[in-house]
Design a binder for this molecule. Structure first.
Ligand SMILES: NC(=O)c1ccc[n+]([C@@H]2O[C@H](COP(=O)([O-])OP(=O)(O)OC[C@H]3O[C@@H](n4cnc5c(N)ncnc54)[C@H](OP(=O)(O)O)[C@@H]3O)[C@@H](O)[C@H]2O)c1
Length: 236
């Protein structure tokens, strides 16, 4: 399904990003993956290589422009282009009301979840050919403001807008941009957001990859500016 494609997935050391790296590798893609720390991304690269896929793994913080430049330059040097960009990296931040929300945490969450997406997209898009696909990971709280979701929710509202802006700006170049709400999954982020929940009541990220495969593949050519709910996605 993805033979010959080069896919960059941000925040792939665990959770959804790691599951997507595996799923894309199984479909024949070449991978570029990152996380903030070398020791967390390196083992995932090892797992992917064992599957026989080519992978470039780097420690890079998406909210730091020098790191993003280094990541994209290395990807282009190794593979020549980026066909698929999954803007997945994200942090939850504190689950408190706005009146209690610390300013430094606010800035960190907006930087990682929203500014990071702008930085990675801006650096990667010049290396995306016609037929390229950008997939932006959003959330249930990116279209509905709920108490105690603070900067996380606000950052994801911003990602919804950025995803639509990119779709409009890149349509003529044949590059698509879509948003995906993965829904609740059994990951560390979900456990931090809902400490009282039994994690086994949620699907694993490995079970939640279909829409991400569809959007990365040529099957979704021409589909842009849309929003998908991963757990309600049915292949036509
Ligand atoms: N889990 C859910 O139920 C759920 C629901 C809706 C939306 N989402 C969204 O789905 C995406 C993945 O979530 P998840 O549950 O898989 O989260 P997760 O398990 O916490 O994983 C987040 C990943 O992002 C990386 N990361 C965080 N900040 C980064 C930064 N500044 N630069 C580079 N990498 C960074 C982390 O690696 P390091 O910490 O090693 O850097 C990790 O690999 C996120 O965008 C999240 O908002 C999740």
């Amino acid at each position: 399904m993805l033979e010959g494609k080069v896919a960059m997935i941000t925040g792939a050391s665990q959770g959804l990003g790691r599951a997507l790296a595996h799923a894309y590798a199984e479909e024949g893609a070449k991978l570029v993956i990152n996380a903030r720390r070398e020791e967390s991304i390196r083992p995932v690269a090892g797992e992917i290589e064992k599957k026989g896929a080519e992978v470039l793994a780097l420690a890079a913080d998406v909210s730091v422009s020098e790191d993003v430049r280094r990541l994209v330059d290395a990807a282009v040097e190794r593979f020549g282009r980026i066909d698929v960009l999954v803007n997945n990296a994200g942090v939850l931040g504190p689950r408190v009301e706005i009146l209690e929300y610390p300013e430094d945490e606010w800035r960190k969450v907006i930087d990682a979840n929203l500014t990071g997406l702008y930085l990675v997209s801006k650096a990667a898009i010049p290396h995306m050919p016609e037929g390229g696909s950008i997939i932006n990971v959003v959330s249930g709280v990116s279209v509905e403001g709920r108490a105690e979701w603070g900067a996380y929710s606000v950052s994801k509202f911003g990602v919804e807008g950025l995803s639509q802006i990119l779709a409009a700006e890149l349509k003529e170049r044949g590059i698509r941009s879509n948003a995906v709400d993965p829904g609740g999954m059994r990951t560390d982020m979900r456990a931090a957001a809902y400490p009282e929940e039994d994690p086994t009541t949620r699907i694993t990220p490995e079970e939640n990859t279909s829409v991400f495969l569809y959007l990365a593949s040529d099957e979704s050519e021409g589909v842009t500016g849309k929003r998908f709910k991963a757990q309600e996605f049915q292949k036509a």
